[in-house]
Write a protein that binds this ligand. Structure first.
Ligand code: GLU
Length: 449
């Protein structure tokens, strides 16, 4: 049995009740074979065994009181996955389905993603099964304060720097930062990123994930002699990431035609391209209703209840921007059958099941990996930490230039790694191989820790 197979078997046995975590470990480790199976040093130093084991996991009680005086208990998490190349860095996700498996999958992915940015940030992730939708501002504030009253022990500029993710945006980061500052008695701005502009945030951070994804896509199309201009894109989700993607696609002359939510999907064949339509996504998210149907009602387009857009519309490219496992095997089959789409550019973390990904690749759909495509968000967070460290604020041009440079560079690193290790055109494997190499080199240099 090869080294990769042995580690996979042991990881499955040890984490049998963590399906999302095992899914990403399987996907990543399988693609690392060309590096680790050909050089005994990785096994001698137990690099893979150490990589699949978080350095530590924090799990804690988050008690809070709602507006009617009722007490609620949620579960909080912060996983310190890998600090080989920098302090732990990664978002906090507040959503009802958050559990240890999901936080570990996100933390594992984050380690490779952060490595791909070329910036000195390790991998971490956290969150809670708290659902901010439908809660009042005061309830969200009390929850965030309670969450931080425990979390503050585990974070800090040189330790772990959390940020947002699904359910955690500017409002939540504000409340979290306020409580952190109050408890620690220090203005340690770099300990949290995604802050507001008035207290240490970076310009361009809300847009960075979506814009970064489109810069990556633009670089990929350039490399195959095409452009984004004129392309039709099927998008899922309608949060911050989908918003940035629609906006930047429009700037490149492409058009997003779908959005999705827990209630179904909308199809706007004219494109989500005007400022009015794009900015309405922000209103929908802020309303806390969590319904994409509101878009169809407002702009008079098609709404399909209970379904996802995959293969149900005509699109040249799909860019899933919602959650993990959005595209399953049945969706993949529908995409292939519909026949228009040639590219799947993952934006949300792990939006495609392993089975669907394998099927799509076999059928000739070119896939781009989320850990590469969505790295613009965390890259901008790292730039925010740099600005905080030098007590300066950069201009939008400076930040945007750097994000573009980072994203275009990530695409080439994925492409080059795929070529170097014998799988040209497999950008997903390329992302894993390139992300792995830097972390593994640092771990080898630092000894058995
Ligand atoms: N949650 C985002 C991600 O998945 C951003 C993390 C950050 O800015 O630290 O990468």
């Amino acid at each position: 049995m090869s080294y990769v197979d042995r580690v996979l078997e042991a990881t499955k046995a040890k984490n049998a009740n963590e399906p999302e975590f095992l899914q990403t470990v399987e996907e990543v480790l399988n693609s690392l074979r060309p590096i680790v199976d050909n050089d005994p040093k990785y096994e001698e130093h137990a690099i893979l065994e150490r990589m699949v084991e978080p350095e530590r996991v924090h799990e804690f009680r988050v008690p809070w009181v709602d507006d009617n005086g009722k007490v609620h208990i949620n579960r909080g998490y912060r996983v310190h996955f890998n600090s080989a190349i920098g302090p732990y860095k990664g978002g906090l996700r507040f959503a009802p389905n958050v559990n240890l498996s999901i936080v570990k999958f996100l933390g594992f992915e984050q380690t490779f993603k952060n490595s791909l940015t070329g910036l000195p940030i390790g991998g971490g992730k956290g969150g809670s099964d708290f659902d901010p939708n439908g809660k009042s501002d005061a309830e969200v504030m009390r929850f965030c304060q309670s969450f931080m009253t425990e979390l503050y022990r585990y974070i800090g500029i040189d330790v772990d720097c959390p940020a947002g993710d699904i359910g955690v945006g500017g409002r939540e980061i504000g409340y979290l930062y306020g409580q952190y500052k109050r408890i620690t008695g220090k203005y340690e701005a770099g300990a949290l990123s995604g802050k507001g502009l008035s207290y240490g945030g970076s310009v361009g951070r809300p847009e960075a994930t979506g814009y970064g994804a489109v810069y990556y896509a633009d670089e990929y199309f350039k490399s195959i002699g095409q452009t984004l201009e004129g392309k039709t894109v099927g998008v899922s989700g309608f949060g911050n990431v989908a918003w940035g993607v629609c906006k930047k696609l429009a700037a490149f002359g492409a058009k997003a035609v779908t959005l999705s939510g827990p209630d179904g999907y909308i199809y706007d064949k004219d494109g989500i391209i005007t400022d009015e339509k794009i900015n309405y996504l922000l209103e929908m998210r802020a309303s806390g209703r969590n319904l994409v149907k509101d878009y169809a009602d407002k702009f008079g387009c098609e709404f399909v209840a209970g379904e996802k857009p995959w293969g149900r519309v005509k699109a040249d490219i799909y860019m899933p921007c919602a959650m993990q496992n959005d595209i399953r095997i049945e969706d993949a089959k529908r995409i292939v059958e519909e026949g228009t789409a040639k590219d799947l550019i993952e934006v949300a973390n792990m939006p495609t099941t392993n089975e669907a990904m394998e099927y799509l690749q076999k059928q000739g759909i070119v896939m781009q990996a989320s850990k590469a495509v969505n790295a613009g968000g965390v890259a901008c967070s790292s730039l925010e930490m740099s600005q905080n460290a030098e007590h300066l604020s950069w201009t939008l041009e400076e930040v945007d230039d750097k994000i573009q440079h980072i994203m275009r560079g990530i695409f080439h690193n994925c492409k080059d790694a795929a070529e170097k290790y014998g799988c040209p055109g497999n950008y997903v494997a390329g992302a894993n191989l390139a992300g792995f190499q830097k972390v593994a080199d640092a771990m080898l240099a630092q000894g058995i820790v």
